[in-house]
Design a binder for this molecule. Structure first.
Ligand SMILES: Cc1cc2nc3c(=O)[nH]c(=O)nc-3n(C[C@H](O)[C@H](O)[C@H](O)COP(=O)(O)OP(=O)(O)OC[C@H]3O[C@@H](n4cnc5c(N)ncnc54)[C@H](O)[C@@H]3O)c2cc1C
Length: 281
């Protein structure tokens, strides 16, 4: 059942410190970043919380910083911020492409990368790119600041390692010379815009002297969590044929039927995208 807007309260702290304090002391409060996932819950009458912490205007969270070893993207950076950033465009094309494929411009102007990851949908567009780039995720509470490999963050369907008084602070993406790498981002949805992925893919491949020196692939919407396909990567690096890679890939993913698509279609599309990636020279 829908409730009225005046049933809800929103607090907008002016600093990160203030936000962390509120998260720590008010157990019933929920982070509200761009609100593009939360507003859907409000509209459908399934939004359980009544009290929200608006982090959209905290400048520290929106920072995108380039240092010698890392590009750090604040959790509050919007997909428009990411898509427009020249260093990300040049150095992290998979993330740039993912940002450009989220919803449409109005959604990209509000939706944040932190919200995309915290919402923990296996169909989200940013996670495959973060997985391929071996991103680290920084989690922050008033008592603790921890930084862990992003690939460990999703603990199961819609489950993450976040604890209640913690927020995602940023993503740290190692810098590397990827100019000789083939990089492919692919999203398949019902339409080109305003469509959640039926399947999404990010892949990076580096050949050296006729052999594959590095191979990283990740899919969204083929498992309960965004999935880095490490077994398939291994077969690729060992010089496996396309048929051998496809056999492992098909056993590594576990697509399902849902309102957006069905398992058989997702399996076929995953195989097709991978074949295209395999054949790019
Ligand atoms: C019309 C429409 C189209 C869409 N299209 C796409 C699409 O193509 N691809 C796609 O991936 N998604 C899509 N989405 C979903 C949504 O836009 C994204 O998941 C978006 O990135 C969510 O970010 P947000 O800042 O709006 O999150 P919010 O709605 O503010 O929050 C989402 C969840 O994350 C939590 N949260 C937010 N920030 C943090 C933080 N820093 N730390 C801890 N928890 C946090 C919130 O408490 C909440 O549980 C679409 C949504 C709509 C309405």
């Amino acid at each position: 059942m829908k409730s009225f807007l005046h049933d809800y309260s929103m607090t907008a702290p002016r600093s990160l410190g203030e936000a962390l304090e509120l998260l720590d002391t008010d157990g019933g409060i929920r982070i509200f970043a761009g609100g593009t996932d939360l507003m859907v819950l409000l509209e459908s009458g399934t939004l359980q919380h009544k009290s929200f912490l608006d982090i959209h205007s905290i400048p520290e969270l929106r920072d995108i910083r380039v240092t010698p070893n890392y590009i750090t993207v604040g959790a509050g950076a919007t997909f428009s911020d990411i898509a427009a950033h020249p260093d990300l465009m040049r150095e992290l094309p998979l993330l740039h492409e993912a940002a450009r494929s989220v919803g449409a411009i109005a959604i990209q102007n509000r939706a944040t990368i932190g919200g995309n990851v915290a919402n923990a949908s296996p169909a989200a567009d940013a996670p495959p790119a973060l997985l391929v780039y071996d991103a680290e995720i920084e989690l922050l509470s008033r008592q603790n600041n921890r930084r862990i490999p992003y690939r460990f963050f999703h603990a199961g369907y819609k489950k993450t390692l976040l604890v209640p008084n913690e927020m995602i602070r940023a993503f740290h993406i190692p810098r590397a010379d990827r100019r000789k790498c083939v990089q492919l981002y692919k999203k398949v949805g019902t339409r080109k815009a305003q469509a959640i992925s039926k399947i999404c893919f990010a892949g990076l491949l580096r050949r050296e002297g006729g052999r594959i020196a590095d191979a990283r692939i990740a899919f969204g919407s083929v498992a309960p969590v965004p999935l880095r396909c490490e077994k398939t990567e291994q077969v690729l690096k060992n010089g496996g044929t396309l048929a051998e890679c496809l056999a492992i890939l098909s056993s590594e993913i576990s697509p399902i039927d849902d309102i957006r698509s069905n398992a058989a279609y997702r399996l076929r599309v995953a195989q097709n995208i991978f074949s295209r990636f395999f054949q790019v020279k």
